[in-house]
Design a protein around this ligand. Structure first.
Ligand code: JD8
Length: 289
């Protein structure tokens, strides 16, 4: 997969040189290029913003530097930039609905919310381009113009306001990049994680089995895989019902009787999440403190 990012703070994306994504780039599983939008300005002050038409607070990002930067991305990927008339008639996109065109993701609080299923969808693409806005946003005509050469998708990370698109791009590139075959060492772990089965993931524990008086649920020490699987499923159901009832709603017709039992009567699940160990003789247990 090829990823291009355009930003006025290219250093923000340096984090994508670390960890799994950094290794995927070294291993050639992912090619990622970052361009500084200011390199596509033509004035000596490298101006990328101006006042908003219609008034209002803040500044808006100028269209021309964006067009020059995105044309450079297309040229870099061997795509011929769409000619003006092509953009005019973007509506009559050739019959193959432009599947060959790169996807231009424009992070925006006004975008479609990013999800794990969108991450899977985008992980199947050859070429993703991310346009990181700042200020009050990018002149809207840029997205209209870009539709002649890209499949344009405004995407939001979630219902809160950031100062720009860079943080959203960091999150999206990580969520998408780790789904590329070979990036995550053991693909098994991709199967078990949150949102993979519509439920939040179960709690995890490691040594020591008693830590500061707190025991690991002993079912996990039992070696009985069926009981362990049931315990974990019940924990997933309980957490999801508590923290994300909307997800339980969405899964309603996929829950079996054991699931409903766990949801109906939390106590049924064995040894719910780790609690204080029974007090040693003479030792006052925290719980009572
Ligand atoms: C891109 C400029 C800042 C937004 C005035 C604050 C995504 N989930 C998300 N929240 N916010 C963003 C986001 C914010 C951005 C830009 C994405 C470009 N800003 C603007 C409008 C209000 N300032 C985002 N993805």
């Amino acid at each position: 997969m090829r990823i291009d990012v355009v930003s006025i703070f290219p250093e923000y994306l340096d984090a994508l040189g670390l960890s799994l994504i950094g290794k995927a780039r070294q291993d050639g599983l992912l090619e990622l290029n970052v361009r500084n939008l200011r390199d596509f300005t033509t004035d000596r002050h490298r101006t990328v913003d101006d006042t908003p038409y219609g008034g209002g607070a803040g500044m808006v990002m100028k269209p021309e530097p964006w067009a020059l930067a995105l044309e450079s991305v297309l040229a870099g990927a061997g795509h011929s930039p769409a000619t003006a008339e092509a953009t005019e008639t973007a509506a009559e996109v050739p019959e193959h609905d432009g599947a060959g065109r790169p996807v231009l993701i424009v992070p925006s609080p006004a975008g479609e919310v990013f999800t794990q299923s969108m991450a899977h969808e985008l992980a199947g693409e050859e070429h993703l381009v991310f346009a990181c806005g700042r200020y009050e946003g990018i002149d809207e005509r840029v997205m209209e113009w870009a539709a002649g050469s890209f499949r344009v998708r405004p995407v939001s990370l979630g219902d809160y306001v950031l100062n720009g698109g860079e943080v959203a791009v960091l999150a999206m590139v990580e969520a998408i990049g780790r789904l590329i075959p070979g990036v995550v060492g053991n693909p098994e772990s991709l199967v078990e994680e949150s949102h993979s089965d519509g439920l939040l993931e179960y709690p995890v524990y490691t040594k020591p089995s008693v830590w500061r008086g707190r025991q690991v649920p002993d079912v996990l020490l039992s070696g009985n895989h069926a009981r362990i699987a049931r315990f974990r499923r019940d924990e997933q159901l309980r957490r999801t019902a508590e923290r994300r009832p909307d997800l339980i709603e969405a899964l309603a017709n996929q829950l079996d009787s054991a699931d409903r039992a766990a949801l109906a009567d939390p106590a049924t699940a064995e040894h719910t999440a780790a609690g204080p160990a029974p007090a040693e003789p003479g030792e006052a247990s925290e719980a009572r403190s």
